[in-house]
Every structure is written in C-alpha cells, then in structure tokens.
Design a binder for this molecule. Structure first.
Ligand code: BTN
Length: 262
C-alpha cells in the first residue's frame, strides 16, 4: 500500500523495536473505522497487525458514541490480537494496562502529567486526550480476536460538538506541534512489553494502573445506562473492576461512565 507523505513511515519504522506488534502496518487515508477493518469477518490479517487511518468516517467510541478526529492531525489506529489461552481471561487487565501504558508513554516523551480515568480514558489536567475501545469477535463461547482501538488527540486544536468530558490535545498542552510517528512507535514498543506482562505478571499490570489512576480515593459519579450512583472510588479488584464505596458498602462495578465530583 502506498504510504502518504503526511505520515513519515520511515521515521516510524526506525523507532519501532517490536517483534510482532505493528510489523504488518496498514495505512489508510480514509476508512470507516480501524477497529471495524480488523474485526471484519473476511479479514485475514496476522496477529499484531496495526491499522492506521488519517480519517475515520465512522469512528466508534465506548457506549455507542462516535469518535471524531480531524483528518491527518491525530493518531487513530487499532491493533489486532489473536486471543490465546493465556490472554482469554485477561482482556480486562489488558484494557486497563493499555490505558496505563499510553499514559506513561505520553508522560515519558513529553514530561506531561497524565492520569487515567477508569477504565481507560487518558486525561491531562482533567481533560480527555485519548480514549480506548476494545472490541472482540467470538466463535461460540470463545473470544477469538480483539481489536484494541486507540484515538489520541495529537495536533488538533479545535474541537466542536458535544463531549462528556472536555477534550484537549498534546499540542494544546505543549503549545507546539508534536511528532506522531515517535509516539506511535514508542507506544507500540511499550504495548508489546505490556502483552507479556499481562500474561505473566497481571498483578504488576494492575498495580501500575492503580498508580496512574487519578480517581482512587476520590468521590465520583457513576452512570450505568442512565442510572446514576455516587460514592468513593475505593480501589480496583484483581480483575480490574471498580470497587465503589457507598453508604450500603462496597459495590463491584464492571462497566459504566465515571466522573469526578467537583
Ligand atoms: C472512547 O473514549 O469512547 C473510545 C474511543 C476510541 C476511538 C478509537 S479511534 C481508533 C479506533 N477505531 C474506532 O472506530 N474507535 C477506536
């Protein structure tokens, strides 16, 4: 596939140190959704394939939201994983670990303070700079493939529309243009390491997540299908579920949209 000049493939490739992740790299100037490409039934892509799009016409967010991202300015990409026996029970940990690794990659490259909002929103000064959507394909009761979809606002400076959380971008926070190739390569390097850790040291992945999760100990609102709850974000358990302390005691929460109580 012809690589467009806007994304400097050589610069990306030189920094990529992975064995598997991103070694098959599919670049699109425009596609419906990078997750959808990888999960398409007819897709025969190999494990670790990365699909990258300069523009998505139907970018998906969590809870059936859309993901809007200006053409050519940001990072919108997905990673294909074949789900083996070591990973099948750990997708939730992988989801949280991906958020932690993305936050740490940005922190290390740009000396920004980055935190994670449970489960996987990436915030800088409590504004959202990235989101993650993990989608899977099953055969019978078994999950066969997963697409780890990531949208990171890099050089976009204007955002229109309605947002659950106010958006920001790396350029807005740093007041300068940011090199997308370097972030993508560095993130994929770290993601490959994460995969090993999720399989071999899941408790360490969760601990690193706790250290990055800006919500633990905070008073929060939780929206579950329109039903509001509030309490204190006590901790996450060993599977990555949120432990919400309310006056009734500890409630184990496995999905929902959370927000800080100001
Ligand atoms: C969220 O915060 O709601 C998750 C947003 C995930 C967006 C990314 S962009 C690349 C990948 N393809 C999609 O259609 N969605 C994810």
């Amino acid at each position: 596939m012809e690589i467009q000049p806007n994304f400097n493939f050589n610069q990306f490739d030189i920094k990529l140190e992975t064995e598997t992740i991103g070694r098959n790299f599919l670049y699109f100037t425009e596609i419906n959704s990078t997750n959808a490409v990888l999960l398409d039934k007819s897709s025969k892509n190999q494990n670790g394939t990365v699909v990258f799009a300069e523009r998505q016409t139907a970018g998906k967010g969590r809870f059936k939201n859309t993901w809007e991202s200006a053409k050519g300015q940001n990072l919108t990409f997905s990673i294909l994983l074949n789900i083996d026996k070591y990973l099948k029970d750990k997708l939730n940990i992988l989801n949280l670990g991906t958020a932690q690794v993305l936050a740490s990659t940005i922190e290390t490259l740009f000396q920004l303070q980055v935190e994670v909002k449970w489960p996987n929103d990436i915030l800088i000064k409590r504004k959202k700079t990235a989101g993650i959507l993990v989608e899977t394909v099953s055969l019978g009761a078994n999950i066969k493939r997963a697409a780890i979809g990531i949208g990171l606002n890099v050089n976009q400076t204007q955002f229109t529309g309605e947002f659950n959380y106010p958006p920001t971008s790396l350029k807005l926070e740093l007041n300068q243009d940011v090199d997308r190739e370097k972030i993508l390569a560095e993130f994929l390097n770290n993601f490959e390491e994460l995969l090993w850790k999720v399989k071999n040291k899941p408790a360490a992945v969760l601990q690193a997540y706790r250290d990055k999760c800006g919500m633990i100990g905070e008073k929060i609102y939780l929206n579950q299908d329109g039903k509001m709850k509030h309490g204190t974000f006590d901790d996450i358990d060993e599977t990555g579920q949120l432990l919400l302390r309310t006056e009734k005691g500890i409630e184990v929460i496995n999905y929902g949209n959370v927000a800080f109580v100001h």
